[in-house]
Design a binder for this molecule. Structure first.
Ligand SMILES: *Cc1c(COP(=O)(O)O)cnc(C)c1O
Length: 427
């Protein structure tokens, strides 16, 4: 494929944007080569500036659960824009979106809207610290909660030692308040609470971690976490930025029957516009200013275009029996990829929950970050480029999940599986 226009744009982008992009993974560093530029997108497809049509499994990294440019969402955004793009004054759409979150998600009694998942997670941590008057938080290796200072932390040398900065510019003093544990490790969790229980403000996690590929919670792990948090007065924060309204109408917490104290959202609830939200127990949420002592604010928070897009998306999801359809497509993809890999004799672990999936190039089970890191990244890179050459766009990293949308069809999945069968044979 001739990607001359993309190449020219990327060369220019490199002059004006660090690395040519506004979010690192878009630069294709994990798979090599150069990113393409998009001209437009509709349904399950994107068209590049070079005129190439691609079947898209990235879905703008999660938000596009209805596919791109869904007519209902576009109409809602247009109608909202006609009335003004931002007010900085309370508007009815904010109340409607907040009401919907409170109605659909059992753990959510009150909501604060903001502009990104990162912002929601930063605010959730500050709120938990303000509410408990404690400083220490627990996160799990491989879970991503945006790029706030307290959360860009990697594990220390021992299971119970505090973390180290995972980015230049994060003070080691901040990282020292974050304990990083392996996911799905009940013993490590028990030991952390035994050693630090009275000083733990919060535990934050993705209930289904989807930022190091995709792996699932082991039976009993989430229940143990809920029990330990309750016992120690620690705020349990479910980061549902990815899973909220993706895994079901009540998110991952609905699927697993877990009620967190706080939840964070983003991606789907903005329908493709910039949104984040933080919600949870009313007594904790009321610690936020202007009622409580924990400060959080935003000029564009509750933005009418973003609210309109989010509401239209959530309404469409409710009407379309979307989750059953996505599960059917997911099963078709999972079975197809497994069969194709077996036929080609390639070791692949297809992991899936609903419309989220990951194909790890390994023959070992994957339950945490350490397992995920055993996957063969070079093989994934060849797979990625083989699929792209066949018009199928997967996330450009072994450690990102893929996403199905209601705009994907069984014929799309069939085509994808056929392409994968070909590519597997070349690996
Ligand atoms: C994407 C994501 C975030 C960050 O959201 P942004 O809108 O990119 O800031 C946080 N947590 C999880 C689980 C995510 O997948």
């Amino acid at each position: 494929m001739n990607r001359a226009r993309s190449e020219a744009l990327f060369a220019e982008a490199l002059r004006y944007l660090p690395g040519g992009v506004n979010s690192p993974v878009r630069a294709f560093r994990a798979v090599g080569g150069q990113p393409f530029f998009v001209d437009r997108a509709a349904g399950a497809r994107v068209w590049t500036v070079d005129g190439e049509e691609l079947l898209d499994y990235v879905g703008t990294w999660g938000p596009a659960i209805l596919g791109h440019a869904h007519p209902g969402t576009i109409a809602a955004v247009k109608a909202a824009a006609e009335r003004g793009t931002s007010f900085g004054i309370p508007n009815p759409l904010e109340v409607a979106l907040a009401r919907r979150l409170c109605t659909q998600v059992p753990g959510v009694q009150k909501v604060r809207l903001c502009n990104s998942g990162t912002e929601a997670c930063m605010a959730a941590i500050r709120l938990a610290r303000g509410f408990t008057r404690r400083d220490t938080i627990v996160k799990f290796a491989g879970c991503y909660h945006g790029h706030g200072d307290s959360l860009l932390v990697k594990a220390g040398s021992g299971a119970l030692t505090f973390g180290h900065p995972d980015s230049a510019g994060v003070p080691a003093d901040f990282a020292r308040h974050t304990l990083v544990l392996p996911f799905n490790d009940a013993e490590a969790l028990r030991a952390a609470f035994a050693a630090h229980g009275p000083s733990l403000a919060a535990v934050i996690l993705e209930l289904v971690p989807a930022n190091a590929g995709l792996y699932l919670p082991r039976p009993g792990f989430l229940e143990l976490l809920r029990q330990l948090c309750t016992q120690h007065g620690t705020v349990l924060i479910a980061d549902e930025v990815m899973t909220g309204f993706r895994l079901g109408p009540a998110g991952a917490q609905g699927l697993y029957g877990l009620t967190p104290d706080l939840s964070t959202f983003g991606k789907i609830i903005g329908g493709g516009l910039p949104v984040g939200a933080l919600g949870g127990r009313a007594d904790i949420m009321d610690y936020l200013a202007p009622v409580g002592p924990v400060y959080q604010a935003g000029t564009l928070s509750g933005n009418p275009l973003a609210m309109a897009a989010g509401l239209a998306t959530l309404e469409a999801l409710e009407n379309a029996r979307a989750y059953e359809y996505l599960e059917t497509l997911g099963q078709q993809l999972e079975t197809g990829l497994n069969d194709a890999a077996r036929a080609a004799g390639v070791a692949v672990r297809v992991q899936r929950r609903g419309s989220m999936f990951c194909a790890y190039f390994t023959d070992q089970p994957v339950w945490n970050l350490a397992d995920a890191l055993r996957a063969d990244r070079d093989r994934f890179a060849r797979f990625f480029h083989g699929m792209l050459a066949r018009g199928i766009y997967l996330a450009p990293s072994q450690f990102e999940a893929g996403f199905l949308s209601t705009a994907h069809t069984p014929a799309d999945i069939e085509r994808t599986v056929r392409a994968a069968a070909e590519v597997f044979k070349t690996l």
